[in-house]
Design a protein around this ligand. Structure first.
Ligand code: NAD
Length: 496
């Protein structure tokens, strides 16, 4: 490792980082690039380089897909129980290495270590959930039709591609690949260039526990090179992209040209509607907790807080108190409550939106600007609360940092209209003790997900996905997600 951090790193992390430059992992072995192009991996908490990864070329990405495709028939042909037991072994191994993977993730993505451990456990739970579910899928379904014997048969597709963002690198891999693998597909994973380490570790671990070569492949590199090559590959059978709407459009266009089914999980600008019958302090605490969780780099965050006019001042006072007391620090420091944003570019984006919002008339009620953490030159920003008209750039566009925008409403109808006045459609929440109102408002908000008296709620078995500018193609975490990874053939025999 090329840096001397004042951090207590596990010896396994030192050994893992000593492999740097870390090659991709394809077909059960290291898969270095030929031209030596590397991308630096930086600890967002200290600004120091911790490793380098390989930036693969288009030809190398195509070769990785060929390898995944070649591994597909044998993996798909395994009896369900055998495939399940291999995947459960992987889930067990990830769980056993939770502290190692969490520390890699924390160092790489700037995620508070305890939160990173939660992400790793979520990966394990997701894999176990889809393995169990896949054992219950009826592969042949007889159809009761006149004059014909007919049935449908479900089979996996082949090599499926996944492109992931940097905010939940390991958790999102679990959400993405678990249903695909459980159904019998092979996978090619392209993690974000800023946060590829946990994916490489996973591929190495999969090899160690006996996942057949070529079933789980990790290809690394920049979006414009490796990501673009994967989304333009004609041999992939499905594409799942999680990231920004801007790149989602490019990936969708490429898949459209190649007629590859594509699922897009994109950004958001969620609202929290807070009515006047709530425990104001507890609600403020929950929303400040949500906007500072992973430094606000959460696609489904509530970033527009719509608060009933009668409790607005009290709510803002609690938020001020809570936000000013968030302990900002290095993600591996156990005292820290909020870490850095992922890179200097993201830092500039967050600060830039604050400046643009203020220039358009927003008032900065709390925080604003960069934050200083003693001993570390990381990408730290203060939790921030802006206020004003919702017709403000900071209230309309996704910032992806710990910045919320608060405004008052008078009636339920106004609140719903304000929540729905957005191009996005990912997740909103309603906060009230009136059950009928909660149910009514939850169903009136136009988005993939509505939560009641909570925000950021994920339950295995409940579909999660976005509509409009927040995504298309079905979402994740549910039975339907598993079904996406089976293709269906109808078989018909006319009866004489
Ligand atoms: P991004 O779109 O910049 O990058 C995502 C991935 O796409 C990365 O792996 C990147 O290398 C790759 N990429 C970049 N250019 C590409 C190209 N031309 N072709 C193919 N791939 C390319 O997103 P980000 O900044 O990493 O992540 C933040 C975004 O992700 C936010 O908008 C956030 O809301 C969204 N997100 C959505 C969900 C969800 O479930 N809806 C979850 C997490 C993050």
């Amino acid at each position: 490792m090329s840096v001397t951090l004042q951090l207590n790193l596990l010896p396994e992390i030192e050994a893992f980082l000593d492999q740097s430059p870390l090659p991709s992992f394809v077909g059960g072995k290291n898969f270095p690039n030929a031209d030596g192009n590397l991308v630096a991996t930086i600890d967002p908490g200290s600004g120091q380089q911790i490793a380098e990864i390989h930036d693969l070329s288009e030809a190398e990405i195509d070769r990785a897909v060929e390898i995944a495709d070649a591994a597909f028939p044998a993996w798909a042909a395994l009896p369900q129980q055998e495939r399940s037991s291999i995947l459960l072994k992987l889930a067990d191994a990830v769980e056993q290495r939770k502290s190692i993977i969490a520390q890699i993730e924390s160092l790489d993505a700037g995620k508070i270590e305890a939160q990173a451990a939660g992400d790793v456990q979520n990966f394990v739970d997701t894999l176990r959930y889809f393995v169990e579910l896949s054992g219950k899928v009826e592969k042949r379904t007889k159809l009761d039709v006149e004059g014909h014997e007919a049935w449908t048969v479900k089979q996996p597709w082949g090599a499926c591609a996944f492109i992931f963002p940097w905010n939940f690198p390991f958790l999102l891999i679990g959400w993405g690949i678990s249903p695909a693998l459980a159904a019998g597909n092979t996978v090619v994973i392209k993690p974000a260039e800023d946060t590829s380490l946990s994916a490489i570790y996973l591929a190495q671990l999969a090899k160690e526990v006996g996942v057949p070569d070529g079933v789980i492949n990790v290809v690394t590199g920049r979006g414009a090179t490796a990501g673009s090559a994967l989304s333009n590959n004609k041999q992939i059978k499905r594409m799942s992209f999680t990231g920004s709407p801007e790149v989602g459009r490019l990936v969708g266009e490429a898949c459209g040209r190649n007629l590859v089914p594509v699922k897009l999980e994109l950004g958001g600008k969620g609202a929290a509607l807070v009515f006047d019958d709530v425990d104001v302090k507890a609600t403020a605490k929950a929303l400040v907790g949500a906007i500072t969780f992973h430094t606000g780099q959460v696609c489904c965050d509530a970033t527009r807080w719509l608060v009933h006019q009668d409790i607005y001042d009290e709510f803002v006072a609690h938020c001020r108190d809570l936000m000013q007391n968030v302990k900002i620090g290095h993600p591996l420091d156990p005292e820290s409550q909020m870490g850095p944003v992922v890179n200097p570019k993201q830092c500039q984006r967050v600060l830039g939106y604050q400046a643009k919002g203020k220039a358009e008339g927003a008032e900065c009620l709390v925080g604003g600007g960069p934050a200083k953490v003693d001993g570390y030159e990381g990408n730290y920003v203060n939790p921030t609360l802006l206020a004003g008209s919702l017709d403000n750039v900071a209230a309309r566009e996704e910032i992806f940092g710990p910045v919320a925008y608060v405004t008052a409403f008078e009636t339920e109808e106004d609140a719903i209209a304000m929540a729905n006045d957005t191009d996005y459609g990912l997740a909103n929440s309603v906060w009230t003790n009136d059950k009928d109102r909660a149910d009514r408002v939850a169903e009136s908000m136009v988005a993939g997900n509505s939560w009641i008296n909570a925000h950021n709620v994920f339950v295995h078995g409940v579909p999660y996905g976005g509509i409009n500018k927040s995504g298309m193609g079905g979402g994740v975490l549910s039975v339907e997600t598993l079904m996406d990874y089976y293709r269906s053939t109808s078989v018909v025999r006319p009866l004489a």
